[in-house]
Design a protein around this ligand. Structure first.
Ligand code: CA
Length: 617
């Protein structure tokens, strides 16, 4: 009797888990499910299982046709091309695998689409993004801190190289904090499984594209997080990595084909020079090394010219959007991947979700390189990347220089002026993601020498200039350190762990200086959120003079004047040269102090200051 019950149980279990019958195993099918009613009616299943390539494949389901069955070098893979007609009904599709006398059936789920994912707005300059590393933000579930089946089982909050236990539940628990700061979107560094034996916390060495890392939570919890964020008016940006994976990725341990990754006789490291992609004088050696060299030894470099891999990655991207309702992507190491693949990827995403936004990480040293990679680039010879925006490293570097060097013809505040003047190179500069620091760069408060006046200048600039502003977790409470090594700028948010002595998530837990910084960010974020002119208004900048940089944001109904002054002593600013923007106005409200300011006479500037003035008639 017991045996019969067990056999029934086993049969039910096998049915529920997707496959049934006999000895040959289908280990996995990716994507794990799909939907009917997608605009793209073809789908390619990656089927993995012992000797699966010896099987013939057939499907008997109205609307679903097997158009091609592809074998690759490794006999444990089959790539099955399906066509799914527009009127196909959702349901379980039986895929029949036949090898000799052996038959196997795999039930593949085609789901009904839900929500308005293809028409809802993505993130944009209307948003203010809060970026965080989930391992270092808050530990909402200590039960998942150590997962014994993972390759890295050590938890050590005293070491920057180990996992600290932060997770998705921790982010859910603090969505109100993020919202209270004034953010309208949240970007988590990658949450996909990183089952690497060492330093797996950062998330950029994915080992399963379809699975949330168990130390961060489950796929269901991630979907709950997206819903919880949406309920609070926060959008969610997912961090995607296409250039490389972790050594422990399941498909790296059993490569479909040798050209799945870039391989060479001796280890080839990338030269990290994006420039080689557009430099008319670049050598073939350097170009090859840039794209085909590995980022680091522990991250195999994917060859997206392999069409099966390209399809795998593209479908995975669409799967996350459709299954969770995320609002946008941030794309890691953008330019290290095959550019034609990156273009195809965004085209495929936009085919399903025309408004979906993505920004690419391009950590280089000239505006032109960034502009080259933006969609519809005006630069001769630039490819159509379909990439809406770039992470604006150039503006970040400019702010750092502006606040650390006295102004002269080229340096100091002038650097910001020159950087923004090159916006003519971009097809749409507003699409850039602007920031002051991130998980790879020194913390902004340290960059400005822990001078709160300069800190406010930077924050004030970030929230009033063009682009989609992004703040890195902890910057708002003056977390500091230089990024050498980068773990130093990835410290735990105080209060995120039970038993933390300090809790900076609360007003009471913050020092007066930290509260001052938090309040400053919050005030400007709120003003920006409530005043369209700061989000989408035209930007007019004046040539910096006398250690002072002045710019305006304006639309037909509203004008805001911003004055940044570098120098200890302060000075009087004569307003005559700003007449083209000031005419018709006699006064304004300084939105930081709340005080009325006359614009009919010179304005007094304090040392190292920023003023944001809403002009009034
Ligand atoms: Ca945890």
């Amino acid at each position: 009797m017991r045996k019969i019950i067990f056999a029934v149980f086993l049969t039910c279990f096998l049915h529920l888990s997707g496959w049934c019958v006999d000895k040959t195993e289908i280990t996995r099918v990716d994507p794990p499910n799909w939907w009917v009613g997608m605009k793209e009616n073809s789908l390619q299943l990656c089927v993995y299982g012992k000797d699966i390539s010896s099987s013939a494949v057939s499907i008997d389901y109205a609307g679903v046709t097997v158009t091609r069955v592809n074998k690759v070098e490794n006999p444990d893979y089959l790539f099955i091309d399906l066509s799914i007609a527009g009127n196909t009904l959702p349901g379980g599709v039986d895929i029949l695998f036949t090898s000799g006398k052996e038959h196997k059936t795999y039930k593949y789920q085609l789901l009904k689409r839900t929500g308005n994912k293809d028409t809802k707005p993505s993130y944009s300059p209307n948003d203010f993004v809060y970026m965080l590393m989930p391992d270092r933000f808050a530990n909402g579930d200590p039960s998942n801190d150590i997962i014994k089946t993972c390759n890295e089982t050590q938890l050590n909050r005293d070491s920057m190289f180990y996992r600290h236990g932060g997770d998705i539940q921790g982010v859910i628990n603090h969505l109100d904090y993020i919202k209270d700061l004034g953010a309208t979107a949240v970007w988590l560094t990658p949450v996909q499984e990183n089952n690497e034996p060492r330093t797996s916390y950062h998330g950029y060495a994915i080992t399963d594209h379809y699975k949330i890392d168990p130390r961060f939570g489950t796929n269901d919890l991630y979907t709950q997080f997206v819903s919880a964020a949406h309920d609070k008016g926060l959008k969610v940006i997912m961090d995607m990595v296409y250039n490389h994976v972790g050594t422990q990725h399941w498909f790296i341990k059993s490569l479909p084909s040798q050209d799945w990754i870039h391989q060479s006789d001796t280890f080839l490291q990338t030269n990290y020079r994006v420039t080689t992609l557009m430099d008319p004088h670049a050598s073939e050696y350097d170009k090859h090394r840039m794209t085909d060299g590995w980022f680091v030894k522990s991250m195999p470099d994917l060859n997206q010219k392999n069409t099966f891999l390209a399809r795998y990655l593209i479908q995975n991207s669409i799967w996350w959007i459709e299954s969770t309702g995320i609002d946008g992507f941030r794309i890691d190491t953008y330019a290290y991947s095959d550019l034609q693949f990156m273009s195809n990827l965004m085209a495929a995403v936009k085919k399903e979700y025309p408004r979906f936004n993505a920004v690419g990480e391009l950590w280089d040293h000239a505006v032109a390189y960034q502009a080259y990679m933006m969609q519809h680039s005006k630069i001769p010879g630039a490819p159509e990347t379909n990439l809406p925006g770039l992470i604006d490293f150039q503006l970040c570097f400019a702010v750092s220089e502006a606040l650390n060097k006295p102004m002269d013809w080229t340096d100091g505040l002038t650097k910001i002026y020159y950087t923004l003047s090159q916006d003519f190179l971009y097809s749409d500069p507003d699409k850039n993601l602007t920031f002051l620091d991130n998980h790879d760069l020194s913390r902004f408060y340290s960059v400005v020498g822990e001078d709160i006046r300069k800190f406010k200048m930077g924050i004030g600039f970030l929230l009033t200039t063009r682009g989609t502003p992004c703040i890195y977790y902890g910057t708002e409470i003056l977390m500091k350190n230089f990024s050498n090594p980068d773990g130093k700028v990835r410290e735990d948010f105080p209060g995120g762990w039970a038993g933390d002595k300090l809790n900076k998530f609360t007003y009471a837990g913050r020092t007066p200086a930290e509260q001052d910084a938090f309040g400053f960010v919050k005030k400007l974020a709120q003003y920006r959120r409530e005043h369209e002119v700061l989000r989408t208004g035209a930007l007019t900048q004046f040539v910096p003079e006398n250690d002072t940089y002045v710019y305006f944001r304006s639309n037909p109904t509203s004008t805001v004047m911003v004055i940044m002054h570098y120098g200890d002593k302060g000075q009087q600013l004569d307003l005559a040269r700003f007449n083209e923007k000031l005419s018709g106005y006699t006064k304004g409200i300084n939105i930081i102090t709340g005080k009325e300011v006359s614009v009919a006479k010179p304005i007094t500037l304090d040392g190292f200051s920023i003023q944001v003035i809403k002009l009034q008639k």
